[in-house]
Design a protein around this ligand. Structure first.
Ligand SMILES: [Zn+2]
Length: 215
């Protein structure tokens, strides 16, 4: 049961961007600026709602919005949401739409964990598809920085946790990949993890989080 629903949520329909929207966490600077959003595929969420709640009302206006979620954008068949526990105040290495699920279906959540997709619309990519990992981040790195300023305390804390999870070796590789082409120096010999992290800009920290939290 849990596995089936999880697969449904990840289902992709078609190839063009609009049709390719599937339910999932997304970072897409063109559409959402620096916001993390949850893009919900209407057909899926309508079905979850119809199956479990059966009130016959609109799941977005009658359940999601009253529960504190905000519609930041919507299109044909999809709606992008933000909100507490969904995109705000969350651990980006363990994202989950469970809070939305509970608001919309009225049923307990099953504990699904999802990754964030970073959508890159660079012309180097054939078609529009999600670009994740170091390659995607390096493409993004050539764009003007949307987030000036130094690494934030929240990012430091989260990165420290991530480094603990992925290990020093992967951290060192990711760090050097992320700072390449920036004014931030690569990892120094004998430099402690915390020292390296504090040298990051907010934008570089965001990229490093994306890389380390990715697959
Ligand atoms: Zn309902």
């Amino acid at each position: 049961m849990q596995g089936t629903a999880s697969v449904e949520r990840r289902e992709t329909v078609g190839n063009s961007w609009n049709a390719a929207v599937m339910s999932g966490f997304t970072r897409d600077t063109k559409r959402y600026g620096d916001k993390l959003v949850y893009e919900a595929l209407g057909s899926k969420w309508r079905r979850y709602h119809d199956t479990h709640c059966r009130c016959g009302l609109n799941w977005v206006t009658e359940h999601a919005e009253p529960a504190g979620f905000t519609v930041v954008r919507s299109g044909t068949g999809w709606v992008a949401l933000t909100g507490p526990g969904l995109t705000d105040g969350v651990d980006e290495s363990a994202l989950t739409a469970d809070v939305l699920w509970e608001a919309v279906t009225g049923k307990p959540s099953a504990g699904w964990v999802e990754a964030v997709r970073v959508v890159d619309r660079g012309e180097a990519i054939a078609g529009d598809r999600a670009a994740t990992g170091v390659a995607g981040v390096q493409r993004r790195a050539r764009r003007p920085e949307a987030e000036p300023g130094p690494v934030t305390d929240k990012q430091l804390k989260y990165l420290t946790t991530l480094v603990g999870k992925v290990g020093r070796e992967r951290f060192n590789t990711a760090f050097d990949a992320v700072v390449q082409g920036t004014e931030i120096a690569p990892r120094g010999d004998g430099e402690r993890t915390g020292q390296a992290l504090r040298r990051l800009t907010r934008a570089a920290a965001r990229k490093l989080i994306t890389v380390l939290a990715g697959p």
